[in-house]
Design a protein around this ligand. Sequence first.
Ligand code: SAM
Length: 249
Amino acid sequence: MSDRHFDELATRFAEKIYGGAKGAIRLAVLQADLAEALPDRPLRVLDVGAGLGHMSLWLAQRGHQITLAEPAEPMLEGARQRFAEAGQNATFLQAPWQDLLGQLQEPFDLVLCHAVLEWLAEPAAILPVLHQLTAKNGWLSLAFYNKDALIYRNLLKGHFRKLRKEHFAGEKQSLTPQQPVDPRELATQLAADWQVESRSGVRVFHDYMPQQFQAKAKLIDLLEMELAHRRHPSFEGLGRYLHWICRPR
Ligand SMILES: C[S@@+](CC[C@H](N)C(=O)[O-])C[C@H]1O[C@@H](n2cnc3c(N)ncnc32)[C@H](O)[C@@H]1O
């Protein structure tokens, strides 16, 4: 297995998903968590696997200085356009995480790594690199596709054969990640170098709603309820993605 750099097709899918309610909830949760955690001063930010740059653009608009690193040209091009349309500047690097230590000299105040781990052949291998890229008193914002939520969705759908076979990876060209992340395994891998400061679930109920209720719900209500329940002790771990803000030890 190798890392999945997004091609044209994946870029189009990603644009579609980010444009809907799922994308809006995702951004609202990530933004609320970061707004709460970050100080009120301009930060040097690195977005690893930045994709179309949605989160970076939001940070740029708040006065932070952004570097986007992304190996896939169609995704990086989408990000360039989004920044240009918004009249924002940034540094755009076409590079996978494996090349970053060779290209970047100084560590960053804030490193984003959102929805990338689950597309990597060896997700654990990126963690020491993220640690070196993050300043000693900095932050790592880590969001990943939650294996527990995938198991729960399969339980709800009665996909028991799939569960027995532990068949969780998406098909080759699909936009279902190739390696859903086990949160307990990740917590163990992080423990030596990072303190996890906050944990939220991204979409703790929306994706489980019966379709007729999902279709009827207003986005404004979905956002309010997802934000209100993102850290509920029984629901946080059901988020389709989990967002952890980590500080280096
Ligand atoms: C689901 S997208 C997430 C994009 C963005 N971070 C976001 O949250 O909107 C996953 C991204 O990881 C990128 N990716 C895949 N392998 C990578 C690698 N080795 N280094 C950095 N990024 C990688 C893909 O090209 C894709 O743009």
